[in-house]
Write a protein that binds this ligand. Sequence first.
Ligand SMILES: C[S@@+](CC[C@H](N)C(=O)[O-])C[C@H]1O[C@@H](n2cnc3c(N)ncnc32)[C@H](O)[C@@H]1O
Length: 352
Amino acid sequence: MPRALSQLLRQAGSSQVLINRLLPVCGSIRSAQNELRWLDERAQGVALNCSNRRSHGSLLEEFVTRRAQHEPLQYILGSEYFGELEIKCRPGVLIPRQETASAVSHLASLLAGPGLLPPRLRIVDFCTGTGCIPLLLHHELSSQVDNNRTELELYGIDISPSAIDLAQENKRLQLDSRARDVAPGHQSLERMRFELADLFRDGDISSHSEMDVLISNPPYISPADFETKTEKSVRDFEPTLALVPTKTDARGVVTGDEFYPRLLHVAQQCGARIVLMEVGDGAQAERVCQLAISQEVWDVIEVWKDEPSASCGNEQESASTPDARRIRVKGRGKARSVFAVRGEGRGWVGLA
Ligand SMILES: C[S@@+](CC[C@H](N)C(=O)[O-])C[C@H]1O[C@@H](n2cnc3c(N)ncnc32)[C@H](O)[C@@H]1O
């Protein structure tokens, strides 16, 4: 991706000034130089397509100012990579994170393994945001599973109209980037649906009363952690609705855990055989595992770390929960998600 700075920037001799403005937010000269290249490239691209005839120079000035005020680079550049997919981003919708992509890819690799999948695999992603999770899962699964034997059906649900609009745009971009009708899974991508709904309202999600796989990266940060531990660029620019639960627990407090009992309840009700939920840290992972254990329906419960695929021969049992022997910990990095399987789902992911 690195490119030479544009002629305009070199002629103006202004690159050092702009690098200096980016330095506080970027932390190092190398990173400021890289970001300036990307902002410059973006300014050139927008200037070429701009119907309101803004100049490259004024666009670059605006982008550097926004970035110097800690706006995430992805909102200014307009996209972020999620696995192999370039996902469109814009303010108002959470920027997809690499750790989420690693868990999704790991799940895809398990589902695409030697296990036998059912003729129809229905996957729902609650709290879908940009739609990155179902889009990546579809991208990885449709190229690896036999599309004639397993029909993929994917849904993304979100309460935010901006998220659903963007998820639909991202689906359209993926469709446009594929060779029409020839690419494997083209039809299942066309069938993918993004729906505006509140996870907590039974009526909103009643059309998903039968599902096979439930995935979610829900809001999971407590208000206290949001104020004290979240980066400024996240706090000031990413939507709080995506980060901090708006629900309270039974005591009227927001702990950050509010979505998990509901997600596990919905998973049980809709017959999901596999559930994968992102969590914030090891302590939250243990609390979510306890909730899953208390349902008494899951045969296998695992905690996946940031890089769950780096787990070969490295699996361990969770040390500090009372039911430690029932929980396997996989991978390298921080605890990142809780994965649970039951019934025939074990066969789908090679755990039979
Ligand atoms: C952490 S973001 C995850 C976005 C995306 N799945 C990702 O991984 O990048 C959480 C999402 O949950 C959505 N959300 C918040 N409350 C919700 C609710 N009650 N029902 C459905 N979606 C909700 C937010 O709008 C936000 O898009």
